[in-house]
Design a protein around this ligand. Sequence first.
Ligand code: AMP
Ligand code: ZN
Length: 466
Amino acid sequence: MPCFTQTVAGHGSPYAAAEAANTSHRVIMRSDDTSVAILDKHDAPPRQSVHGAALPAATLHFHEKITANNKEYLGVHPVVAVESHRQNLATLITKALQSLPDAPSASDDPSSTIRVRAGSGWTRKRKPDLVSVTRGPGMRSCLAAGIDTAKGLAVGWQVPVVGVNHMQAHALTPRLVSAMAPNSTPVVEPAFPFLSLLVSGGHTLLLHSTGLIDHTVLATTSDMAIGDAVDKMARVVVPTEIIRQSDEIMYGRLLEQFAFPLGEEEHAYAAPATRKDELARNITRWGWAIGAPLAETRSGSKSKSMEYSFSGLGSAVKRIADNAGAVLGIDERKDLAREAMRLAFEHLASRVVIALEKLRAKNVNSDLGIGTLVVSGGVASNSYLRTILRSFLDVRGFSHMQLSFPPPSLCTDNAAMIAWAGIETFEAGWESKLDMTALRKWSLDPRAGDGGILGVGSWKKIESNR
Ligand code: AMP
Ligand code: ZN
């Protein structure tokens, strides 16, 4: 970013210029996670170290998360979550500041450096030149704790602030991953357009992402989010003593570990060749079968409709467990966990395939130039989902499609993705006004009632952010 590059370049060190071109310090609020990251995005060219090796396009200096202890509620309790943000955020930021790059020794320019406490003394660090914070969608009281802190930092440091759409940040995470890869090229991937499947605790969205702020919703859930459904299934299927003994509060992760303790080698999966095969009932050795979502409407009209539905799966799993009662042993529970995940993930895959078929029909052979499916959000850390999507795409004629899953630590909510989305938005010429407030609902689609990412108020267009 210009101000940082100029300042550092003034000290004449190519390494320093590459290292510190763009620092974004951000604060994220979901509901129960308090997370802080310090991210540098380096300008190009040159992105060479003093030893000549190419540097990554972005460096994560600090990234930590504290999750509220909601275990006794088997879910997120809003008061506990807000209290946790209030308790932890300032402490985490103070810790993060220690990881800012040191200021160049000759510089004591207060506009580009800050004094940070170090033991009983002080040390000079480079000042972040942007603050990013989650503005929505989500629980307003939790978001407000982050937004108010972010505004305080922006006012104190006299730097811009960007209020980020949480779901946009999930969609952009693979671009952050590519920027952080060693020896990455200055070109961040995947390039637009791509498809995004965002699968989290609060959302299930299939998007056609054609630009930073342009994401057409192709399908969304008509009842509950997939993460919510998976959590509910886990609480029924995973034995209570395992839940009680585990520190894990991501119940979906527990469900995966319970179903596949040895991981991918247990998947043994081949996707159904046709939609008809997909809807065939698989009667298990226990005598029950789970029906595919949206398969059983009398008219059949929803079988290919561009929507998701997960509540029926959750009810089916509960019914099977209730019917088995005390005789529901570990082996049957495992089969139930595997079948429930298979059907939920095949349902996700079926709409991806329908979307690709529609795009292909519009644009013979080119699929509108789409070569990547981004899969992000907490549920994307499930490796069975990856197996199912890969197999589906291969079997249904889309083997050329790349799957882009962030590593699990960046699939679940995290501050680094908010930092990255803030930087990309800022570089595209947008920053938030200081009167921005938290948004409980916030669409990604410019055609939605609220106008999408830029449709909500409190944006300021800047001509020279890059
Ligand atoms: P997010 O809202 O993006 O932070 O995602 C949280 C959701 O992801 C929760 O519902 C978790 O249970 C779910 N989740 C996390 N890890 C996994 C996993 N390995 N398999 C399935 N769901 C998961
Ligand atoms: Zn999320």
